[in-house]
Design a protein around this ligand. Structure first.
Ligand code: SAM
Length: 177
């Protein structure tokens, strides 16, 4: 529900949009994207094997580490998606991943990140949910903004509340070269 709303809002509907879904996991976001040219990149082989059995025509799933992407992929994309990934990474890891996304963008391409965010007005329930999240690095908006490398200098970031039935604010960023 939350992801559906955010992807509807931030992902262009251009037919044939080339999307690289980094850290796609079992690819729950793929079905929310419509007719894009989807490439998943995932570190965990179990997820890759799972996704392989469900691929649509023209979709691909790659086993690999984004840290090595620019070397082995040799392609560019309209959107590089990091959905629910940054809050699982340390600052150093997240900065490295974002740095590696920059050469993967076509001229008008952008990196789209979506993560839970800590906000000052969060209720007790929301704070409990954030503490229970498996991601150990849920930041406030400034904390996420600090991860952005200079190679992705055009930043639009926003915080979204009330998208699902449980309270969990989401921070979205659109990063361009
Ligand atoms: C919390 S899951 C998010 C999965 C999915 N994007 C979603 O929104 O449900 C984070 C995923 O990122 C993957 N991951 C973490 N670091 C990675 C890296 N350096 N390269 C590729 N995948 C990575 C993990 O294996 C995991 O499947």
């Amino acid at each position: 529900m939350i992801k559906r709303k955010l992807l509807e809002r931030f992902l262009p509907t251009t037919p044939g949009l080339r999307v690289l879904d980094i850290g796609c996991g079992p690819a729950p976001d793929r079905d929310l994207m419509g007719e894009v040219e989807w490439t998943g990149l995932e570190l965990n082989e179990k997820y890759v094997r799972y996704v392989e059995r469900r691929l649509r025509r023209n979709d691909r799933i790659l086993l690999g580490d984004v840290a090595k992407v620019p070397e082995f992929l040799g392609e560019v994309f309209d959107v590089v998606l990091l959905s629910g990934v940054l809050h699982h990474l340390t600052d150093e890891q997240a900065q490295g991943v974002l740095e590696n996304c920059s050469p993967l963008l076509d001229h008008d391409g952008f990196v789209l990140t979506i993560d839970p965010v800590r906000t000052t007005g969060a209720s007790r329930l929301e704070r409990l949910l954030l503490d229970a999240d498996r991601g150990n690095y849920i930041r406030d908006k400034t904390g996420y903004d600090r991860l952005v490398p200079s190679s992705l200098g055009r930043v639009e970031s926003s915080v979204h509340h009330g998208l699902g039935w449980l309270p969990q604010a989401q921070r979205v960023s659109v990063l361009r070269r």
